[in-house]
Design a protein around this ligand. Structure first.
Ligand SMILES: *Cc1c(COP(=O)(O)O)cnc(C)c1O
Length: 333
């Protein structure tokens, strides 16, 4: 069975780097949504608790339940609120706010310019009135940046808007925690002063910022491995796999390994094959559960840097790791 290996050393290295930015490791809120970007949510929660993190962010109640014993608070981005003391809920519209029962820890999401979801700045006064009138528990106020990983002035505009949001909330006598930084915003900033930073991709070891911002070195923590299923001798001219896209240019010894697009490894285009960590091109098409390589060892590392794979498939590291299926074996190394 294919295995995802998670490097504890690299994870702690990345967290040490990020803690230099936040000034305190307890200010790093680990974003563990979507099975921890494919890394394995429970395994990651265990490692993060051991490191000393206390805050996490997930997408729904189901994810939060899985890791509730590892953190002091878990922010749930998109689900129906329950009154679990350890969970706080993102509230992204006035409609949702009006339907929130008393006693739930809420974190108001403000749309400062991304225009995906969140309460508009023009609606903030009304939101404050509802919170006060209904006696709601405002635990946090936050926003999300659309362009933190790109050059340009958009980020500064959104930050300026969020500054005004903070003033308005504080002037209304409310004292929630405030947060806006994701990985990219944290990596490019030199002055962090908020209560937490919501860090996803940087913790996993990737930096999608343009090169000029590459100040922090991060190390990918995930590698994908597959096991040998069988080996055969291929005569010059024989073909391999569906459609016979690979034709042996010489006599060669090849093996089949047990990973495929059913596991979340992209199939792509066999005319331009993915190259594994040891510089071996995948021979012919990726099948649902198997690939072929000119190799005979019992185990092979398919990749140890998802960003290289992402470049190959013209996407971002997030999509490569998040696509890996939940049923794959995951282990700490
Ligand atoms: C996913 C997400 C993050 C983390 O983003 P990274 O770029 O992975 O650091 C932070 N905040 C919110 C609201 C998110 O949805």
């Amino acid at each position: 069975m294919a295995t995802i290996k998670i490097s504890k050393n690299n994870l702690y290295y990345n967290l040490n780097q990020l803690a230099l930015k936040t000034g305190d490791k307890r200010k790093i809120a680990a974003v563990l949504k979507d099975n921890a970007y494919g890394h394995g949510i429970e395994l990651m929660a265990k490692l993060l608790k051991e490191y000393g993190l206390t805050e996490a962010v997930v997408i729904n109640n189901q994810e939060a339940e899985k890791i509730k014993n590892y953190f002091e608070n878990i922010l749930i981005l998109n689900d129906t609120p329950t009154k679990k003391a350890k969970f706080s809920y993102a509230i992204t519209s006035l409609e949702q706010l009006k339907n929130t029962p008393k006693g739930v820890k809420i974190e108001l999401k403000i749309d400062t310019g991304m225009h995906r979801n969140g309460i508009l700045i023009e609606q903030l006064n009304e939101a404050i009135n509802i919170i006060k009138k209904c006696g709601l528990n405002l635990f946090g106020v936050f926003t999300h940046y659309a362009n933190a990983d790109e050059l340009g002035s958009e980020l500064a505009w959104q930050q300026e808007n969020f500054k005004r949001v903070k003033e308005q909330i504080l002037n209304a006598g409310l004292k929630p925690r405030f947060h806006s930084f994701n990985s990219a915003a944290l990596l490019r900033s030199s002055s962090f002063s908020e209560d937490i930073a919501r860090v996803g991709i940087a913790m996993y070891g990737f930096n999608e910022l343009p090169k000029i911002y590459n100040i922090l070195e991060l190390k990918p923590i995930m590698s994908l491995w597959a096991k040998r299923v069988s080996t055969r001798e291929l005569k010059k001219g024989q073909k391999v796999g569906y459609g016979g896209d690979f034709i042996a240019p010489k006599n060669m010894t090849i093996s089949t390994y047990d990973v495929g697009y059913g596991d979340g490894l992209f199939r792509g285009n066999s005319k331009k094959p993915l190259i594994t960590t040891q510089n071996l091109p995948i021979l012919g098409r990726v099948s649902m559960d198997f690939i072929s390589l000119e190799y005979t060892k019992d185990e092979i590392c398919i990749f140890n840097n998802a960003q290289i794979v992402a470049k190959h498939f013209n996407t971002i590291s997030y999509e490569i790791t998040t696509s890996l299926k939940e049923n794959l074996k995951r282990e700490i190394v």
